[in-house]
Design a protein around this ligand. Structure first.
Ligand code: PHE
Length: 332
């Protein structure tokens, strides 16, 4: 046995090096230094040697055992290092990585249209203004030349709010009251657009909801004429829809503008889309806004943002856009 010692050591070191993982190495360890290992058994045989040889033989065994144990230790830490790297690789969480399955949200189609409109009008020199959704009857009607009892009030299907005097507070039926608020808080010249939510007591169908969005435009300056209004509508059409679209004005009636018109957009296929109303600001409205009609004149326009979004994104039922069905929303 002792004669085989160098061979035994060489074999042990070779199996240690060959162990591929910590489990294999544990088995190898049992084989080479465990209770039944030849090296352990050889220790027991020392007693059968002549006393003068025992010491040297014992020392030789101890040295071999120490080298084998050292080799086991070295191999164990090598394997542990490799296994740690592999574990880190499989369990790694890369927080900067965007998963293919992650859905990133985007603005609603009406918000997209709203923001694009703001950009177009900002590019034409308009500033964005805002007004409250809960409005006074005075701002929504009286100041816009629609006194109590005026037939135009019936056309608006107003939702009133229980606040103050009965009938004095309402959910605005259009964005036109922002005209009044702008005139009362700003010195002319005024160039504003006011996008916002409006409310009417409407039964929902494919083109109407009782809550919808409009954008109002108001210009007050010296010497403003109907030609400026028509030119502005045309410039807007060009810049929002593209140069293959054009616009036209058709006579109409609104109490707050005189003259008044409806404006339509012609699509490249020749068809017309009725977009909104417009006209020269009525002198009574200028007066209600604290502006002298002898000195200043202006025009206003207003139209629905939702209808524009429907056309742009090819939606035929506006109700679809607000049911928050993720399958609908993800299409745009
Ligand atoms: N406020 C009108 C509506 O809601 C639209 C409009 C705005 C008309 C400005 C003329 C001038 O129908």
């Amino acid at each position: 046995m002792i004669d085989n010692l160098p061979q035994l050591e060489a074999d042990a070191l070779a199996t240690i090096t060959a162990a591929a993982d910590s489990e294999q190495l544990t088995d190898v360890q049992t084989d080479v230094v465990g209770k039944g290992a030849p090296l352990t058994l050889a220790r027991r045989d020392l007693g059968s040697l002549p006393p003068e040889d025992r010491k040297a033989a014992g020392q030789a065994l101890n040295e071999v055992r120490a080298r084998i144990e050292q080799a086991l230790e070295t191999r164990r830490s090598e394997i542990a290092a490799v296994e740690r790297v592999a574990q880190m690789e499989t369990e790694r969480l890369d927080l900067t990585e965007v998963s293919e399955s992650a859905h990133i949200g985007h603005a609603h189609i009406v918000t997209q249209a709203w923001e694009a409109l703001e950009d177009v009008f900002a590019g034409m020199g308009f500033r964005v203004a805002e007004g409250p959704q809960v409005e006074t009857d005075w701002h929504n009607f009286d100041a816009l030349n629609i006194p109590p009892g005026h037939p135009a009030r019936d056309g608006f299907d107003t939702i009133y709010v229980e606040h103050g005097e009965p009938g004095s507070t309402l959910l605005r039926t259009h964005t036109s009251p922002v005209q009044i608020r702008a005139m009362l808080t700003q010195e002319p010249p005024i160039y504003i657009v006011a996008p916002g939510r409006v409310f009417r007591r409407d039964t929902a169908d494919s083109t109407h909801l009782s809550v919808f969005q409009q954008i109002e435009g108001l210009v007050i300056d010296k010497g403003i004429s109907l030609a400026d209004l028509a030119g502005t509508i045309e410039a807007f059409t060009d810049s929002y829809f593209g140069s293959d679209f054009s616009s036209r004005l058709r006579p109409n009636h609104f109490p707050f503008t005189e003259p008044s018109a409806e404006f339509d957009i012609q699509l490249p296929d020749g068809s017309w889309l009725e977009l909104g109303g417009c006209g020269m600001v009525h002198p009574n409205v200028l007066k209600a806004g604290g502006i002298d009609p002898e000195e200043w004149s202006g025009f206003a326009f207003g139209f629905g943002i939702d209808r524009l979004a429907m056309m742009k994104f090819g939606v035929d039922d506006i109700r679809e856009a607000f049911t928050n069905d993720i399958r609908f929303i993800r299409q745009f």
